[in-house]
Design a protein around this ligand. Sequence first.
Ligand code: GTR
Length: 434
Amino acid sequence: MLRVPFVALCAMFLGVTAARSFEPNYDEAKIPQYQLPDTLASSDGASITSSQQWESVGRPATLKLFQDHVYGVSPDPVQQNVTVQGKVVSRKDDALGGRAIRRDIDVTVTHNNASLTMQMLVYTPASSQGPVPTFLGLNFQGNHSVDPDPAIRIPDSWMRNRNNGTTDGNRAIEAGRGVAADRWPIETIVGRGYGLATIYYGDIDPDQDDGFQNGIHGLFADWNASADPQTRWGSIAGWAFGLSRALDFLETDAQVDARNVIVIGHSRLGKTALWAGATDPRFAMVISNDSGCGGAALSRRAFGETVGRINQSFPHWFNDRFQDYNENESALPVDQHQLLALIAPRPLCVASATEDRWADPHGEFLSCVHASPVYRLYGVSGIGLASDSVDMPSPEQPLQYGHISYHLRIGKHDLAEYDWLRYLDFADKHLMKR
Ligand code: GTR
């Protein structure tokens, strides 16, 4: 038997508990002193003063920093000869009591003779005369969870065991039908003249640390092997890649106005929507709902969830280099306001919830403020407050003055009808008038 001295045993125990016990900071007074990277500084220190300069110098450099230090580098679909094909599997012209056309579509992504199929559920208003602006969002629990309609397919890809009767082990089952309908007010969306397309995020990549074996990562095994292990794509980048391939298909779809596709996501999928919007300028509008750490919240504030904590819980979401910034946020060459800046000048919604302190609502709002200078390069305002006030707006007093919308809903971490109504208003203002 191996004898371990008592002192060493105590030290081991303390080490383990120290690694596991994490006390989030929820006190503004205890936020570390920090200085944000200047969004408009180019690498030689000169200031970027025009949208042309931003697009030729600032934007590509900022995007590369996020690839190299945060989300990872994804394969280039053109260089990798990726093809995308859609096949309508079922269609109902009088869904939702005659209000919508519902289609269930297989979207197949092919690379090197191997393929991955994402099941996409698309609703468009039954009354629409032509292609409509459409929300595209990933869902957590399967397409069958967004509406109780028994005709919607149940995904067969890996799902986290929810231990609440809606899954059987790692599989989705009938009992999950409609369980997430509150998050997807489809009748309201189509009633306002928009389409909704949604995909179960596990169809793109399973949300587990599987070492690049499955899902979209697995489809690019050759590319992964040749990529830098420090910087290759994590799961957020994988899900965002899937959203872009979904958009490839929507560009060929007669019922969707592909010039007006709005990418939306909640929580980890809000982080994903932001990265999709940053990497793919074809998304006309971007929505981050309660995205928090690694999403809209400033990392340097280390308020609620921190970089160290997120990397400990979800090491597969980001690239491996992001681990260098655990408890070391100020060493990051970027912060999340620059992620929002990559979306300029497109309309962007950032939303928080009062009880969602884990996601740092104030840090999400400040990101909007500090992204605004890039919007101004395009002659539009960002958050649209006088002299970029940093005062937190009151709950449920949405700021929708400029091209960045911010609101703080009263309630918990969720995607609620209140949030959707704000997004629809903002889309009406910026997209419907086009
Ligand atoms: C939490 C995680 C958050 C957020 C959330 C979610 O556990 O700490 O960053 O992404 O999950 O996606 O539901």
